[in-house]
Design a protein around this ligand. Structure first.
Ligand code: SF4
Length: 353
């Protein structure tokens, strides 16, 4: 048999083996249609937005809360941004919630739900991966969304000898050549499940794997060499100061600019977050002239691209300036970024959060 015929038959075998395995071993997930059910595009879309940057285990409870509160896309579209941000608290990457709000409004006006990746990718917050995932899972469009799990599976099965970021292009080509015309959504989800349950980054369970007879890395006993890893770079550290101005039982917040980190959310006034720990000259110091007490402990918070150390200055205001004053018992009704909650927890005996 020549090489190209051989590769075609390997790909056919991968599809066949994986789909058979999926029929018996698929994970039960709240957004996933059971065998014989038609997938709900709203559920698939909402779960894929939540799963961007967040684990399945964390997303489950959030997804169920959202669906209980907003059972249909039209209900979500009718919700205010603040209501969505409150329910989103703790999931992080709040731009996803803002995009969800905009996209739900857009989608509810253009129903039926768009089916092909080219029509989905125009939605705010939807990139290549999410468009492919929704299209394939909800509508059986023949495409494979390439995420970290799927990259790992294919890098091992085909012993792809390159590392990120070029690895993604190579795996995308493999994915295009192997996508199923029938049961495309099941095949994509089977790959996701295989990557999450057996073909894990550490300690893959190859002896239980449906692909072990076609997996090159397993056959040459070099599974731990794939995917090739790129060298890790250390996250930089940034420093800043948060100002906590208190008046009676209220604290002064500001609305952060729409664009940028934690965009559009309520936050405490802070200095810019700089790489130099000594550059904490207050760019914003509410009530100039009041005396600020610096708390002994700074808080540490880690964002995707950097670690942040925020020192905390507190003052009591007798003549409060205009601004977004929030009472201690209303803290839970507004969407506050986790980093700001950490600051508030440092104020002894004042807030309930
Ligand atoms: S045999 Fe092992 S390395 Fe290959 S796909 Fe299966 S779990 Fe992954």
């Amino acid at each position: 048999m020549n090489t190209s015929v051989n590769i075609i038959s390997i790909k056919a075998e991968i599809r066949e083996r994986l789909l058979a395995w999926y029929d018996d071993h698929q994970r039960t997930l709240p957004w996933r249609a059971r065998h014989g059910q038609t997938p709900n595009p709203y559920h698939v879309y909402l779960s894929e937005v939540m799963l961007q940057q967040t684990t399945v285990a964390t997303v489950k409870a959030y997804f169920e809360r959202f669906i209980n509160k907003w059972p249909r896309l039209e209900n979500l579209a009718a919700a205010s941004l603040d209501e969505i941000l409150v329910e989103w608290q703790g999931l992080g990457y709040y731009s996803r919630a803002r995009n969800l709000h905009k996209a739900a409004n857009f989608l509810s006006r253009m129903l039926p739900f768009p089916q092909i990746p080219e029509d989905l990718i125009v939605l705010p917050g939807v990139g290549d991966y999410t468009a492919a995932a929704v299209s394939s899972i909800a509508f059986d469009y023949p495409i494979i969304p390439v995420d970290g799990n799927i990259m790992r599976v294919f890098a091992r099965v085909f012993t792809v000898p390159i590392s990120l970021p070029k690895l993604k292009d190579e795996i995308t080509k493999i994915a295009e050549s192997i996508a199923c015309k029938n049961r495309s959504g099941d095949f994509a989800q089977a790959l996701m499940d295989l990557g999450a349950t057996l073909c894990k980054p550490k300690d893959p369970q190859c002896t239980m794997c449906p692909l072990k007879t076609v997996c090159k890395a397993y056959q040459i006993e070099r599974v731990s060499d794939f995917p090739k890893l790129k060298l890790k770079t250390e996250k930089p550290i940034r420093y800043g100061t948060a100002f906590v101005l208190i008046h009676e039982d209220k604290i002064l917040f500001e609305r952060r600019p729409e664009k940028g980190l934690l965009g559009g959310m309520a936050g405490l006034p802070t200095t810019p977050w700089e790489q130099n720990p000594l550059s904490e000259i207050a760019a914003f110091e509410p009530e100039n002239g009041v005396e600020w007490e610096t708390l002994p402990k700074a808080i540490k918070h880690t964002f995707t691209h950097f670690h942040l150390y925020l020192s905390i200055k507190i003052s009591i205001s007798k003549r409060p300036p205009k601004g977004l004053w929030i009472a201690s018992d209303a803290m839970e009704t507004i969407a506050l970024p986790t980093v700001m909650k950490k600051v508030i927890k440092e104020i002894p005996g004042f807030f309930k959060t």
